[in-house]
Design a protein around this ligand. Structure first.
Ligand code: 218
Length: 192
């Protein structure tokens, strides 16, 4: 029981640290025109893969809430705010469903294998994909008056959020892949 409590506390501390790093990373990146580079995804992704679905969802949600509370969010109204911060960032934690198979791969000292890369691709595709799908929906509903280039709101949202998805997908994959190969302990440490 004591051991169980210790692990729970450790997960809690790791989650708090990852959410804090996510806020910091998201705060230092200047907002570039319409493309959204969201480096805060990286610590939340690592934490989700390390600790699983529930931990990932909660830490992503906290990251989004912190962005709102700290005034680092673009908020048009309360529903758009909730959809694009706590909910969209919580979606990143869905990557945590790949926790179990990824831990098994890494513990077999197989962090460079094709299967590991495939698991990382899938986890990041799911988490980042759902986040930007929610931004795409929010774009249609809430950002219609910001449309540019003579596009309809749906096409504008698809271009903007589809572009952001691709950018974030590539960058998050490259960085998480390097971290997992160089520091496999980041996914699973021996004294668990
Ligand atoms: C078309 C359009 N423009 C802007 C937004 C707002 N948006 C997009 C992506 C990510 C985020 C959160 C910041 O990381 C926001 C607020 C949109 N959804 N659609």
């Amino acid at each position: 029981l004591r051991k169980k409590m210790e692990i729970k506390n450790r997960i809690l501390v790791e989650g708090a640290v990852c959410s804090a790093i996510a806020v910091l990373l998201s705060a230092i990146i200047p907002t570039v025109e319409w493309i959204d580079l969201s480096l805060g995804i990286i610590p939340i992704m690592i934490f989700s893969l390390r600790r699983g679905l529930k931990a990932g969802l909660i830490s992503g949600c906290i990251w989004g809430l912190l962005m709102m509370v700290l005034g680092r969010a673009s908020i048009l109204n309360i529903w758009q705010g909730i959809l694009e911060y706590p909910l969209a960032n919580m979606a990143v934690g869905l990557a945590g469903i790949f926790h179990q198979p990824l831990v098994e791969q890494v513990e077999q000292k197989d962090s460079k294998s094709r299967k590991t890369k495939l698991l990382l691709c899938s986890a990041i595709g799911l988490g980042v994909g759902l986040k930007y799908f929610l931004h795409f929906i929010a774009g249609i509903i809430f950002w219609g008056s910001y449309v540019q280039w003579g596009l309809t709101p749906v096409w504008y949202s698809l271009v903007v959020n589809g572009g952001s998805f691709l950018l974030n997908y590539v960058i998050v994959f490259l960085i998480v892949n390097i971290l997992v190969v160089k520091i496999p302990r980041i996914i699973s440490d021996s004294d668990k």
